[in-house]
Design a protein around this ligand. Structure first.
Ligand code: ZN
Length: 206
């Protein structure tokens, strides 16, 4: 789980068009990111131009608040010509369908996170086989992010929805639900329907 303050700052990022505009807003003082005090020494942060942008900096201990994108993972699991989707039980896009997905924890490899999220949301154990796509977004109410799409094979388990999903099932290409959450999911599924995905083998360090 990420801390609420980080998400709040992410919302600030998500509502703007570019980093340059964020800096301009901070300089004008008409909108502020959520971090007001240093999370390490509690000194009030100030705006300084560091590493090419105006950022929140602690004048006491030197902490710099980098508004980093969240890293998410999604997994395309195909079985008998059908693709595994889950129905979202939570906002954003509650009630819409998407690939099993979630955020990467700081101590996880992204491929491990993808397999974990798939297990949590569908009850299925999968083996990550390929990298499909790396995308980014800035229009999510939870903040900007980078999302990594993997392909995986089922190796065990029982299909049971859980965690952020209230339903999980396989869909044939011609019967995909009309309401698919997230632009990147729609693009990946569209390419899957047309047979236009180009898997790249995942290379793991020895
Ligand atoms: Zn400090």
């Amino acid at each position: 789980m990420c801390d609420p303050d980080h998400r709040a700052v992410g919302q600030f990022v998500g509502g703007t068009r570019s980093g340059g505009r964020i800096a301009a807003r901070i300089l004008m003082g008409d909108e502020r990111p959520s971090y007001r005090y240093c999370p390490y020494c509690r000194t009030e942060l100030s705006d300084r131009l560091v590493f090419g942008r105006t950022r929140r900096v602690c004048p006491s201990c030197g902490f710099v608040h980098f508004v980093d994108p969240k890293v998410g993972v999604a997994v395309l699991v195909e079985h008998a010509g059908k693709v595994l989707l889950v129905r979202r039980a939570v906002a954003p896009s509650q009630g819409a369908w998407c690939l099993p997905s979630g955020f990467v924890e700081s101590d996880e490899d992204p491929a491990e996170a993808a397999a974990r999220e798939c297990l949590e949301e569908t009850g299925l154990h999968v083996r990550i086989t390929d990298l499909l796509h790396v995308g980014s977004y800035r229009n999510d109410p939870r903040g900007a992010g980078i999302i990594i799409f993997y392909q995986a094979q089922v190796v065990g388990g029982w299909l049971t929805p859980g965690d952020d999903a209230d339903e999980a099932r396989f869909f044939a290409s011609h019967e995909l639900p009309t309401e698919i959450a997230f632009r990147s999911n729609r693009e990946i599924l569209s390419r899957w329907q047309r047979g236009q995905l180009v898997p790249c083998p995942v290379i793991r360090p020895q």
